[in-house]
Design a protein around this ligand. Structure first.
Ligand code: FAD
Length: 347
């Protein structure tokens, strides 16, 4: 079984300045339709693991009433958040990394946070290195475990080894965290955290940089979000066409599951790339992961090996996916999926 992962060496970032003992954390959060994205809430959960925590502030940026009212209010009701900072400007209508990075620099200058945390998703991956470069620190990405205030565990070699990193650089210590490792808890609180507007009077007008928002395409589906789904049904190259891939979608519908795909299936145009699971796709850890016609390449395993139960169907008994599968069936998916769909009760 590939599941046994070894913890390896201790990496050290060299610097003369040690981070202070008093921990104040800034969460860089995303919102959508007036709610805070669950991956940003996972970043708050991660912050709770830092020792000697004094406060957790959450930074939101956007423009217009939905942000002001709904998202900021939702954040202020979170039991672990002590302050909500809102940057309201048409520069933040779309979450472009360049103005956001400048905003982080501005907020950090004022707040002097010891830690800045964001989710390890496309928003965080885009933003964190830029903001870290402006603040002249080395970010630590893909954190899956936090001990104290300066020791972090992150996967390396596509998840085949875990690396323990001790941060001894200057403030702020900047992290991106995997939401699958910091599940959202259902705490409640009675009072609301204060909501403050970020003073943007010194915000650099030229900071929008070279990228510009073009468009956003999202599939209108009732299926659960791939990143948070309890069940994921994934199809690989073996599906052969977009038309055949609908078998996977139908099965997922019956199971109330999210649909995933390998990079080979995405590259072949069967589905859009937001469904890709793996090293360069989404990281998932559902209760049940079902893989049909997926070979189990190391880059795919990197995105799903933490799933609780893995079921694999492949016609090649030597396919590497069987090394991580809890249940494996050697068979032809074009026979197995219809049979399975038929036997499952209608929703
Ligand atoms: P294949 O490897 O072609 O496997 C198809 C499988 O289907 C085979 O095992 C075959 O036995 C089986 N099969 C064929 N016909 C049937 C049938 N009728 N019934 C049942 N089984 C059948 N890949 C990802 O998935 N996610 C990533 O994020 C990712 N990132 C990458 C990053 C880099 C830098 C690189 C180099 C590669 C990355 N890849 C990623 C690609 C990865 O290496 C594999 O090429 C890819 O995962 C293979 O996809 P697959 O399993 O669908 O296809």
């Amino acid at each position: 079984m590939l599941r046994a992962i070894k913890t390896t060496s201790l990496l050290r970032f060299s610097s003369l300045t040690f981070i202070s003992r008093s921990i104040s954390t800034l969460i860089l959060a995303e919102h959508d339709g007036g709610t805070i994205k669950s991956q940003s809430i996972s970043a708050v959960e991660a912050a709770k693991y830092l020792d000697d925590q004094t406060s957790i502030s959450l930074l939101l940026a956007g423009s217009g009433p939905p942000l002001q009212q709904a998202a900021a209010h939702a954040a202020s009701c979170h039991p672990s958040i002590s302050q909500v900072l809102v940057a309201d400007s048409d520069k933040f209508t779309y979450p472009l990394a360049e103005p956001w990075a400048k905003l982080v620099q501005l907020v950090q200058q004022k707040g002097q946070y010891s830690h800045i945390i964001t989710a390890s998703n496309s928003f965080g991956k885009n933003l964190l290195p830029r903001a870290a470069a402006l603040l002249d620190v080395s970010p630590i990405t893909d954190v899956i475990n936090i001990s104290g205030s300066s020791q972090f565990v992150r996967p390396i070699y596509a998840g085949n080894a875990l690396c323990t990193v001790r941060y001894i650089g200057s403030n702020p210590c900047m992290l991106s965290v995997r939401s699958t490792s910091f599940p959202v808890s259902a705490d409640s609180k009675s009072n609301e955290a204060p909501i403050s507007q970020v003073d943007l009077s010194t915000f650099d007008e030229d900071s929008v940089g070279k990228s510009r928002y073009v468009s956003h395409t999202a599939q209108d589906t009732e299926r659960p979000d791939l990143g948070n789904a309890r069940v994921v049904v994934t199809g690989g190259r073996a599906l052969k066409s977009a038309e055949n891939f609908k078998m996977i979608e139908k099965l997922a519908e019956k199971l109330g599951a999210a649909v995933g795909a390998t990079r080979a299936a995405v590259d072949a145009g069967f589905v859009s790339n937001d469904l890709q699971v793996g090293q360069t796709g989404k990281i998932v850890a559902p209760e049940l992961y079902m893989a049909f016609g997926v070979s189990g390449a190391i880059q795919h395993l990197a995105g799903m090996r933490d799933s609780k139960v893995i079921v694999a169907v492949n016609k090649d008994s030597d396919a590497p996916i069987f090394q991580v599968a809890d249940y494996g069936l050697v068979g032809d998916l074009f026979e197995v999926i219809p049979e399975l769909s038929e036997k499952l009760p209608e929703k």
